[in-house]
Design a protein around this ligand. Structure first.
Ligand code: Q9C
Ligand code: ZN
Length: 340
């Protein structure tokens, strides 16, 4: 399968994040993409740059005011005399207004994000746009007949919603890939999210739609990020009712239990009979991941790839999380290597 990669990801280097009460070096770093690229090149994969997809495509899954905020946020920050990483310090929780975007940059930043782990720096917009273009390009290749394609997206995307960013994510790459497939010959698309964390952004974007099925395997939000979405009773609404399926799993989950949930997810996808599949491929389910609590091993990722490929659907794989940098490339290569 072909790999889509842009070196522009390196323009985004957040530096620091608020993690369990401390400002620590960002887990989501440029090295992640470099290690994946290196492993895939060693593995003989063909690496292509993204196409110059028009920015207007973003507006199919994101609000215009949100996209404009991301595009201009860092300029506004520096105009206020600041440098370094933008991090928010106040959010519109219950009891506060959500119908008004504060005109000042600090209030606007809190309005458009939901955590303090997702810094905006000078190159964030360029990197996020390049990642979105990687995902849309991989989807275009699959719509044009490739049986599978992999978008080496960085920053990741599945926590970003229609009008908000967070969880290291700015633009929702997987949602943009799914929309690209919808617009180019696929009547029904399934998104399977296997990142350790629930894909709250993707779920929100497709919540009321029946043309995109969203299925997610993830750690229980009772104790794990993003805490406030991803429970089993969330099933979609309106036309989308029954088109969201969440399979939260306990901390310590190993391949045996993971595999059982994966089979349920793939059965639901089989029943939906989509024309194509988008996989939100996080490898932060790995036993050595520094921020996660599942116990998948290296060989388990080859099994995961085998299970995904056995669905025999045109498949776009989109990189999400994975923070055990030494093994991230090998684990991604194991998944991709299982595809014919
Ligand atoms: N105290 C992805 O894997 N920080 N995002 C968690 C826990 C956010 C993960 C802090 C984790 C986001 C794409
Ligand atoms: Zn994750």
């Amino acid at each position: 399968m072909r790999v889509i990669y842009s070196p522009l990801h390196a323009r985004h280097d957040g530096g620091v994040e608020l993690h369990r009460g401390a400002l620590v070096p960002s887990f989501e770093s440029p090295a992640r993409a470099l290690y994946i690229l290196d492993a895939l090149q060693q593995g003989g994969f063909d690496v292509l740059p993204p196409r110059d997809m028009p920015e207007s495509r973003l507006l199919d899954v994101h609000d215009a005011d949100f996209v404009e905020f991301l595009r201009s946020a860092y300029r506004r920050w520096t105009a206020g005399g600041r440098d370094g990483s933008m991090l928010p310090s106040g959010f519109p929780a219950r009891g506060l207004r959500r119908d008004h975007v504060p005109s000042g940059i600090h209030g606007a930043l809190g309005y458009y994000t939901f955590d303090a782990s997702t810094p905006v720096v000078a190159g964030t917009w360029e990197a996020a746009l390049a990642a979105a273009r990687c995902a849309m390009t991989a989807a275009a290749l699959v719509a044009e007949g490739d049986s599978a394609a992999y978008a080496l997206c960085r920053p990741p995307g599945h926590h970003a919603g229609r009008g908000f960013f967070g969880g290291y994510c700015y633009l929702n790459n997987a949602a943009l890939a799914a929309q690209q497939l919808r617009d180019h010959g696929c009547a029904r698309v399934a998104v399977l999210d296997v990142d350790y964390h629930h894909g709250n952004g993707t779920q929100e974007i497709f919540w009321e739609r029946d043309d995109v099925l969203f299925v997610s395997l993830h750690a229980t939000p009772e104790s794990e990020y993003p805490y406030f979405l991803g429970y089993a009773d969330e099933r979609g609404a309106g036309r989308g009712e029954g088109h969201t399926l969440n399979l939260p799993l306990p901390l310590g989950t190993r391949w045996r239990e993971y595999r059982a949930a994966l089979d349920m997810a793939l059965e639901a996808i089989g029943r939906y009979a989509p024309d194509a599949l988008v996989v939100s491929l996080g490898v932060d389910t790995f036993e050595a991941d520094p921020i996660s609590g599942f116990k998948l091993t290296g060989p388990d990722y080859a099994q995961l790839g085998t299970c995904l490929a056995a669905a025999r659907l045109p498949t776009v794989l989109v990189q999400e999380g994975g923070y055990a940098i030494a093994e991230i490339g090998a684990n991604v290569a194991r998944v991709l290597g299982a595809f014919p």
